[in-house]
Design a protein around this ligand. Sequence first.
Ligand code: C2E
Ligand code: CA
Ligand code: CA
Ligand code: CA
Length: 275
Amino acid sequence: AKTEGKGTYRFFEASMGAQIRERRSIEHDLRSAIANNELSLAYQPQAQVDTGEVNGFEVLLRWNHPTRGSVSPALFIPIAEESGLILKIGEWVMREACREAASWKRPLSVAVNVSALQLTSDGFVEFVQAILEQTNLPAKRLEIEITETALIRDPNRALLSLQRLKEIGVNIAMDDFGTGYSSLSNLRAFPFDKIKIDRSFIQAVHANPQAAAIVRAVLGLGRGLGLPVIAEGVETSEELRFLGLEGCAEAQGYLFGRPAPIMEFMQLITDEFMV
Ligand code: C2E
Ligand code: CA
Ligand code: CA
Ligand code: CA
């Protein structure tokens, strides 16, 4: 039993070592990803539920690694956050997204994910303000998506940043709503303009009484607080139909379009009368 325990321990130690090396390697390569032009932005449409009309896009970071190929943000964003690299990367995303949106012929919104470290870092609000001025993007067309975990890190600084962003006219959406520990009190304590229902509640919502009850409750909450609600991860027409019947105004998901280079949405961002 003793040797077995030791062997198990060694195996555990070895796989931990491999995991740590893997993280270090990703962190190392991420350091030069911007300079090497390996990062790009994918855009995913956010649409009106009743008409299908596109209101704007969420920006999602993509990393095309020279040997690993496409690396999932679910893997590299946490590493970027823990290593502090998210500050540089996040600045790059914000600048690129605002520059891109400012070039569109139609005043569609652009939603950028902002992590805890960015939101509470020194000069973040000034940085956003400077980018808006440099790119000439009206603040009301920029939305930042914040998850609850971003608020927990340093609630006082997060609140201050969000209040100041709101003052300059930037919209603030609470991302992954319903998955955090205290979504309701956070909704009251922070100046959100929009609620984004997490996709885990949207999946087969029409056929799942529990998910349906939660989505109905969130929509009621939105109505009561006067906050628009957007559903993320809408993949089927059944899900969309349910959302329409329950009065959800906006949706995003593969049904409307997968995240893709902005060129694939050319007809949406150019003036149709000019083509
Ligand atoms: P998120 O903000 O919740 O983004 C939504 C995720 O759901 C994206 O995954 C998107 O590709 C995916 N998705 C969209 N529609 C559907 C659908 O209909 N079905 C399914 N199954 N999935 C759908 P992605 O692109 O892999 O990004 C993962 C996460 O990485 C994001 O979750 C966000 O938290 C983070 N992330 C991505 N880009 C950035 C960024 O620029 N900055 C920061 N801080 N985080 C980012
Ligand atoms: Ca998001
Ligand atoms: Ca989300
Ligand atoms: Ca998410």
